[in-house]
Design a protein around this ligand. Structure first.
Ligand SMILES: [Zn+2]
Length: 459
């Protein structure tokens, strides 16, 4: 059945391209919905104007004013899927991704992370790393990224500019931290942090980038005084902004937070007291949250970013995503570069399945996540976790066209097709075996952002 905008909408917009072929996506009710021989039209604002069936071509071309010769037909082993959403990635840590995975969290931060992040005072270095991370993640199909930068306001603004230039949808956070005893020069006073958070938000909003927005970013409870946390909660509230941080990642951290905030009932309560848990909050990890804390997440509308590569790599823990979903807490996937060694959300998909299977090995009663459910976490789930599901996450009329054109049989690619498989099998093969060679094109808000058009080659 054809779904389209009402006539008042269509009169204001014109359809600029139409694709015909297989589309796969998730809905809140259905982890995987396959639309074969679908027709999807995108308007000049980058929004989905209609979704119909191939047999409705003539009618749709009349209503939306395009000719059937303009319709781009997907190849046999191709499909469109929604863009991947990385709900937690440290852009600044991309410089050492794939290394330094031999310590638990707190020692890892002191030994590797803080000394490297301190280098982002140098804008030339920042430009180099941030350009590479935006290009690489886009190439891997990340249409939306929720980034941590560093404490440096100007370098964080630069990350916003680079994401905008490449056409990636991004939430960008200038990190706020007024506690750090290991690398003395890599911290701010509470006042500096508050002032610079204000400046960062104001200057980034003033740029009026259509797809790049600021996110209030206290590093985590151990790096922030209660005073700073409260001030950041206030800033987020007054400006109706997103919030991101970390929670309950490893046991040593959880113990220290209890000691440092003796008046709080739980780790979650530390943030809740400071107004940092809202419908626009995403917290990374949450491996050790109690059921009561998950209830508080649900009540406040805050979400979790599941980062299994990082949780395995730093031996932090294994989040029980099934339990999170049973508590009706919004959940997306994160790469958590560089605690996670891969910047690809496809890797996060695989590690999420692995983590779920580890739980099933430990307890055969555990209800293992299916690949369809994890596909939803990587797309629609991520959009919900970032409170962007009114704009992105799946193919719905009126949403932005953020999409990957996938060719499972891409020449020179990593997948061998032996028999003629249906779309569900093709998706499963792509999720488990695919990589950027299979991602033929990437669209963000209707704009084709991959292949790159800057003449600089592929990466
Ligand atoms: Zn992180």
């Amino acid at each position: 059945m054809c779904r389209d905008m009402d006539s008042s909408e269509t009169s204001r917009t014109s359809v600029v391209f139409v694709h015909r072929g297989t589309f796969v996506h998730s809905t809140p009710e259905n982890a995987l919905q396959v639309m074969e021989d679908a027709l999807v039209g995108v308007d000049d604002r980058g929004k989905i104007a209609f979704i119909g069936e191939g047999k409705e071509l003539q009618k749709l071309s009349q209503v939306f004013g395009f000719s059937s010769s303009e319709v781009a037909q997907l190849e046999r082993h191709e499909f469109f899927m929604p863009g991947l959403v990385d709900t937690h990635i440290h852009a600044s840590q991309y410089s050492y991704v794939g290394t330094a995975l031999d310590m638990p969290l707190l020692q890892w931060l002191n030994t590797y992370t803080f000394p490297v992040e301190a280098c982002f005072k140098d804008l030339e270095f920042a430009q180099k790393v941030y350009t590479k991370v935006v290009r690489r993640t886009l190439r891997n199909g990340t249409t939306t990224a929720c980034y941590f930068a560093t404490i440096h306001t100007d370098a964080s603004l630069l990350l916003g500019q680079i994401a905008n230039d490449f056409g990636q949808r991004a939430l960008v956070g200038k990190v706020c931290m007024d506690r750090n005893s290991s690398v003395k020069h890599y911290k701010e006073t509470c006042q500096e942090s508050e002032d610079e958070a204000h400046r960062f938000i104001k200057e980034l909003l003033n740029k009026k980038y259509p797809l790049v927005k600021p996110v209030v970013t206290p590093r985590f409870a151990l790096s922030c005084s209660e005073d700073l946390l409260s001030k950041l909660g206030e800033i987020a509230k007054n400006n109706n902004l997103h919030i991101q941080s970390h929670i309950s990642e490893n046991t040593e951290e959880v113990t220290l937070v209890k000691e440092l905030f003796p008046d709080s009932e739980s780790y979650t309560d530390v943030y809740h007291k400071c107004n940092l848990l809202t419908g626009k909050t995403v917290m990374a990890h949450g491996c050790y949250l109690s059921d009561n804390e998950l209830d508080l997440f649900r009540e406040t509308g805050a979400s979790l970013s599941h980062c299994p590569n990082s949780n395995f790599s730093l031996c932090s823990g294994v989040l029980n995503v099934r339990n999170v979903l049973d508590h009706k807490v919004k959940c997306g996937l994160g790469t958590d570069v560089a605690g996670g060694y891969s910047s690809s959300v496809l890797d996060a998909v695989r590690k999420t399945l692995d983590a779920s299977k580890v739980l099933t090995i430990q307890d055969p009663e555990h209800n293992t996540l299916s690949f369809e459910e994890v596909f939803r976490l990587a797309t629609l789930g991520g959009s919900q976790a970032l409170s962007l599901d009114d704009q992105i996450g799946n193919f719905e009329v009126g949403k932005d066209f953020d999409a990957l054109r996938v060719n499972v049989a891409a020449p020179g690619g990593p997948i061998d097709l032996i028999q003629s498989d249906g779309p569900k099998i093709l998706l499963e093969k792509f999720l488990n075996l695919g990589d950027d060679r299979n991602i033929v094109e990437v669209f963000v808000a209707g704009r084709k952002v991959v292949p790159f058009t800057d003449g600089l080659g592929e990466i």
